[in-house]
Design a protein around this ligand. Structure first.
Ligand SMILES: C[S@@+](CC[C@H](N)C(=O)[O-])C[C@H]1O[C@@H](n2cnc3c(N)ncnc32)[C@H](O)[C@@H]1O
Length: 281
């Protein structure tokens, strides 16, 4: 495969090819990938200042929360550990390879295997007060979030809330100190960038698909946090490069050169998007 592939062109096709061969996931589920999810969770929490947006009610004694594409379940664990004992927390993912053993899960957390493109399990239709999903850009097919949104909506009770957290894969950019060079980091970042224009239409898509009170919140980290986030995105790229690009020598060289620029003062800067929407009653 051509080492100059970017995610915005041919590598998306490579990604789709990969999807057909495996379960559709372009990143990894090994210990490094899981550790990255854990680390980035705390960076997200620090940046947003919440797990569940304050506009979403969470105080009901029989609160039921779903976290779809839960990964290693770190968001759900964090939320459940601060919740009233009667609340229920359900994680769903196409693979539970990253989740702790079921016998060690807290009593209020339940994990389920579910492909978000399939009908939700009937017992969970209209079951949840809150459905949360974070970082499923690589899961969305054909730049169209509607099939996923439709299935997430089925999980929600009328009047329930959807919170969807994403990275802005179009507006992400590389910042360097004045006079610094970031050519290689820019090249690396261009392989992660997408044409996920659905994110710019998402609020309207939600309004047209059973939601009211739709809000989009934007977040950007400042330069004092840039290195922490940069290393998350270089790690994400390494998973993508290994799984999809499959050009180990070129990728290794690019990583070494890009990280040299990082040490001299350069960083991938990736804004965050959070939609909060209420399902029609
Ligand atoms: C980048 S991880 C995000 C994990 C978690 N939401 C977080 O923020 O820590 C994306 C997750 O989507 C899951 N996934 C991929 N394809 C899926 C599908 N078709 N249905 C459900 N989950 C899927 C992957 O297994 C992975 O755990």
């Amino acid at each position: 495969m051509d080492s100059k592939l970017t995610r915005s062109d041919s590598s998306l096709n490579a990604l789709n090819g990969y999807a057909k061969r495996r379960d559709g996931y372009a990143l990894m589920r090994d210990c490094n990938a899981s550790a990255r999810l854990t680390a980035q969770h705390y960076l997200w929490k620090d940046l947003l200042g919440y797990l569940v947006h304050p506009d979403i009610p969470t105080r009901s004694a029989d609160l039921k929360v779903a976290d779809v594409a839960t990964g290693n379940g770190i968001w759900l664990h964090d939320l459940a550990s601060h919740a009233i004992p009667s609340a229920e927390f359900h994680g769903f993912d196409i693979s539970l390879d990253q989740v702790g053993h079921r016998s060690w899960l807290p009593a209020n957390i339940h994990m389920h295997t579910w492909n978000v493109f399939e009908e939700p399990p009937p017992q969970f239709c209209q079951y949840f007060d809150i459905v949360h999903v974070r970082l499923i850009t690589v899961v969305i097919k054909n730049n169209d979030p509607k099939p996923v949104l439709a299935n997430l909506t089925k999980l929600l009770k009328p009047g329930g809330f959807l919170q969807w957290d994403e990275v802005d894969t179009i507006s992400c950019f590389v910042k360097a100190v004045p006079g610094g060079s970031a050519e290689k980091l820019d090249q690396l970042n261009s392989q992660l960038k997408g044409r996920d224009t659905w994110k710019y239409q998402m609020a309207n898509i939600m309004r047209q698909n059973q939601y009211s009170e739709v809000s989009l919140f934007n977040y950007e980290y400042d330069l004092s946090m840039a290195r922490f986030w940069n290393d998350i995105y270089v790690s994400t790229w390494k998973e993508f490069a290994k799984n999809v690009l499959k050009t180990p020598e070129q990728s290794n060289e690019l990583e070494i050169e890009a990280m040299a620029e990082v040490r001299e003062g350069a960083s991938i800067m990736t804004p965050k998007l959070v939609w909060v929407a209420k399902k029609h009653t």
